[in-house]
Write a protein that binds this ligand. Structure first.
Ligand code: ADP
Length: 185
């Protein structure tokens, strides 16, 4: 099973991906985690993207598509995983169509998109209490604007092509997990 977990920053994608990945031996692929790991390692990629992450801007499509290509390829070759959950990707229409081409070329397909819906006030509250390096009011507000302008339109692109499950992400973590599992059953 191959899934995309979709939703604004702070909607709980990372938490929920961690909870559902084991049920079907899915690899949790988070572009945010991959980019933060590159920054922490001080690699060439890390130095390139550090400022972009701390401003809450988007890293270029080429960079994240290369990360995804590598991760999805690794899943295909592994015996450990039977599929993937993408978290934080795609974030632009260019990434969504790049993903389609990449999957076509690899003979893979996406089974469904799970959308975690949470309103802006709740997100501000959650992210301000999480206090990661890029969780300050200015950066959060920029990330939310970027989500509205560049990421949300991807749902229109997927409408009619992929099964979309909409989940109320403002419920308790356990309720959200249960709803996701029900939607995928
Ligand atoms: P959040 O969803 O809470 O904003 P993420 O961990 O998904 O957190 O992303 C953190 C940052 O990493 C983003 O603000 C952006 O700078 C960068 N990033 C992550 N995924 C992508 C992507 N698919 N395309 C471009 N930039 C990305």
């Amino acid at each position: 099973m191959n899934l995309v977990l979709f939703g604004p920053p702070g909607s709980g994608k990372g938490t929920q991906a961690d909870r559902i990945k084991d049920r079907a031996r899915l690899m949790h692929i988070s572009t945010g985690d991959l980019l933060r790991a590159a920054v922490a390692a001080g690699s060439e990629l890390g130095r390139k993207v550090e400022g972009i992450l701390s401003a809450g801007e988007l890293v270029s499509d080429d960079i994240v598509l290369a990360l995804i290509k590598e991760a999805v390829g690794a899943v295909a070759e592994s015996e450990e995983y039977s599929g993937w959950i993408l978290d934080g990707f795609p974030r632009t229409l260019g990434q969504a169509s790049g993903l389609d081409s990449l999957l076509d070329a690899a003979g893979q397909k996406m089974d469904s998109v799970v959308v975690l819906e949470v309103d802006r006030d709740e997100i501000m509250k959650r992210l301000l209490s999480r206090a990661r390096g890029d969780d300050n009011p200015e950066t959060i507000s920029n990330r939310l604007d970027v989500y509205e302008a560049q990421t949300k339109p991807i749902l229109d692109y997927y409408e009619g092509r992929v099964t979309i499950h909409r989940i109320d992400g403002a419920q308790t973590m356990d309720e959200v997990t249960a709803d996701i599992e029900r939607s995928l059953a």
